[in-house]
Design a protein around this ligand. Sequence first.
Ligand code: CP
Length: 368
Amino acid sequence: MLQIRHLIEPTDFSVKELEDLFELADLIIDDPKKYLHQCDGKIMVTLFYEPSTRTRFSFEAAMMRLGGSVLGFSDPNSSSTAKGENIPDTIRIVSGYADIAVMRHPVEGAPKAASLFSRIPVINAGDGGHQHPTQTLTDLYTIRSKFGRLHDLKVGICGDLKYGRTTHSLVKAMARYPGNEFVFISPEELRMPAYICDDLDRSGAAKYTECRTIEEGIGDVDILYMTRIQRERFSDLDEYDRIKDSCILNMDKMKLAKEDMIVLHPLPRVNEIHYEVDNDKRACYFEQAENGMYVRMSLIMLLLDETGDFYNGRVLSVNDSVMSFLELDRCRNPKCITQIEPSLRQRFITYGDGIKVCDYCGAVLQKG
Ligand code: CP
């Protein structure tokens, strides 16, 4: 029997658990009718403080296809957030109404904060420029279905690597599989954040290189993961205008890529992939979005412990990362939820080499 689990970070599930989750998604795709009543009588609440098409609808469709029901909001102004209700109180209340919560929030660490006050599983559906773990499940599942493996792959990640939360989660997740390598392709201003690169440097889990143009990076990658430049995260819109067209994929650039390379994109796209690329067999981003619904069905079943006999005979492994919490310091990331919700206790993770990071937003407080 599973204890209450949340999905806040892409590494909250072990590699073994992820493989189980993907195998269950395979089974659902093969025979969706078999799962029509798996979550009968269960309720999902979707708390979306930021716009979404894919994540919210795929979660809602997933729950409905499992026989469950959905309630929630897609605009916080239609909830008591508009009257000043905070996240701890909101999640305490909906814990009494629903069986599982899905939260998207513009502030880094908000779903983590919610999970600390919740009596039901909380799923992070994207927190500011920080993480988007269920997009990563979708990405990994699509890569696995295309290559038959999640290891020994060269992954080009292109566009807004600074604010693109899907890229941060993808790197954390793919670095757990042996032999993977990254090529970070972005304008100087939107480079991968130091905390992600430091993590790779420290762990030695995966090699990475950086370059500024698609032409430099596309030649030998197995996967090109494109992202949108995130206008809504810029404080200086002149800077956005200056760099918004830096990384655009067109058919001329696709000619430089391997024949069996695949192009992924979490979507939505603005102009970073020309429409003509959609007709190339290597463009897999629409299939990727559809996979998201099946992976989320699998995730809901897992977190609600409604997998039926799927786990009979399987050993559930547990994430074995060791944490210790200190509460003397304050997180200095101005976009962290602890700056906005004064009632939250500070929480830090201290790793063996002395590096200390905020447990909500991942900001590094102290280098090792
Ligand atoms: N990929 C993704 O998160 O899309 P939405 O913003 O539409 O949910």
